[in-house]
Design a binder for this molecule. Structure first.
Ligand code: GLY
Length: 379
């Protein structure tokens, strides 16, 4: 992508990469192999290995470390990434707290490790996680069920991002069932979650015995019928990834529709997404994590098309990243975390409203390395 950037973009890219390196060096020293999520007063104090080993974001810190290791070759990033991966074995062993998000947890830890070092133990962990994900398949509705307990018929947009674990496992084992399940789920998402205008719903509740659609609640967005911005980002990037792994045009077209919808909406909010594109103007909460995730999806799309279309997606990604860097990044090396103003869900007020959240930093680093042509293919 570097050859498509103008001088001003390149200057900006060199600057932000330099700042990421400074921040990550000192933060890695402080955080080590603890598993961070949201900082308190500028420091990651909580270790998710102690408080919730099943938490869906537990792979993002090792994902950041592996991206940094790949880009810099610095050993300082490797040891804590390996140690976090070992800690996550407690989640594989305990099993019952795990759900659909095992892709987020083991793609960024074990599979990343395997891709970079060839570790056979890491490969086994990745395959173990892929089998857990495949075990959640509902053969009547042909989808991967979300969460646990009574969510038996729930399909959610986020899970598109877990499908690359299945595509990877299918290639590793030469067993077509993994990709078949992923394709069925992506098709079910096309049918039940993506709307014709390029927006998407967060959750569809299906009858688990027949696969019939029952209801589409608002989930982490504002309300039923609204448009949770991180969900749109999951759809944009997730559909692009299913296209990358299968070559199927319907996923590329779905990703493009979602991208056009996303770009049209953020043009009205200074390129930083509100939490929900169909929420009332006030209160005006934002979610930077939707922005950085969408930027990664747009850069993926830019690699898949040519000419003016490529420019559209590249420029869209740069507009988002530069707006977030300008107003919502903390480069003080004394403080942990980079991207501020991430929001977990529209109505949630569990300390995850307009705060730094670990996946915001992961997607920022991935996006910057994609622009530099140095990103590790984690998905
Ligand atoms: N579970 C993914 C999300 O909150 O976006």
């Amino acid at each position: 992508m570097l050859d498509r950037l103008n001088d001003d973009d390149r200057l900006w890219l060199d600057g932000i990469w330099e700042k990421i390196q400074v921040k990550m060096r000192v933060q890695t020293e402080r955080v080590g192999s603890r598993i961070p999520y949201i900082p308190e007063n500028g420091r990651y104090l909580e270790d998710k290995a102690e408080t919730d080993i099943y938490w869906w974001t537990n792979g993002f810190w090792p994902g950041m470390l592996w991206q940094m290791y790949r880009a810099t070759g610095e050993e300082r990033y490797k040891l804590p990434a390996e140690e976090v991966e070992r800690k996550l074995d407690a989640a594989l062993e305990g099993f019952e707290g795990l759900h659909h998000d095992v892709g987020f947890m083991w793609m960024h830890s074990a599979v990343a490790n395997y891709r970079l070092t060839g570790s056979s133990r890491s490969r086994t962990r990745g395959l173990h996680a892929a089998n857990l994900l495949a075990g959640r398949y509902n053969p009547r509705g042909r989808f991967i069920r979300a969460w646990n307990d009574d969510c038996t018929g729930w399909i959610i947009i986020d899970c598109l991002m877990n499908l690359p674990l299945l595509y990877w496992a299918g290639r590793e084992t030469r067993d077509p069932r993994f990709a078949d399940i992923a394709v069925d789920h992506a098709d079910a998402a096309l049918k039940h979650l993506l709307r014709p205008d390029g927006s998407s719903v967060h959750i569809a509740i299906l009858d688990p015995h027949t696969g019939d659609l029952l209801e589409t609640p608002g989930g982490q967005g504002f309300e039923a019928g609204s448009s949770w911005s991180r969900g749109q980002a999951w759809a944009l990037y997730g559909m692009a990834l299913s296209h990358v792994h299968t070559g199927e045009d319907r996923y590329l077209q779905a990703s493009k529709r979602t991208a056009h919808y996303f770009l049209a909406n953020i043009a009205a909010s200074g390129f930083v997404p509100p939490i929900d594109f169909r929420a009332p103007a006030e209160p005006s909460g934002i979610d930077t994590t939707a922005g950085v995730c969408a930027a990664c999806g747009l850069l993926e799309l830019a690699e898949l098309v040519g000419g003016h279309e490529r420019e559209l997606y590249l420029r869209g990604a740069l507009n988002i990243l530069r707006a977030i860097e300008r107003d919502y990044c903390d480069w003080n090396p004394e403080r942990d975390s980079i991207v501020s103003h991430g929001t977990g869900s529209y109505h949630g007020r569990n300390g995850d409203y307009e705060v730094p959240i670990i996946y915001g930093d992961y997607f920022l680093i991935e996006a910057v390395l994609k622009l530099k042509g140095q990103a590790l293919r984690i998905w």
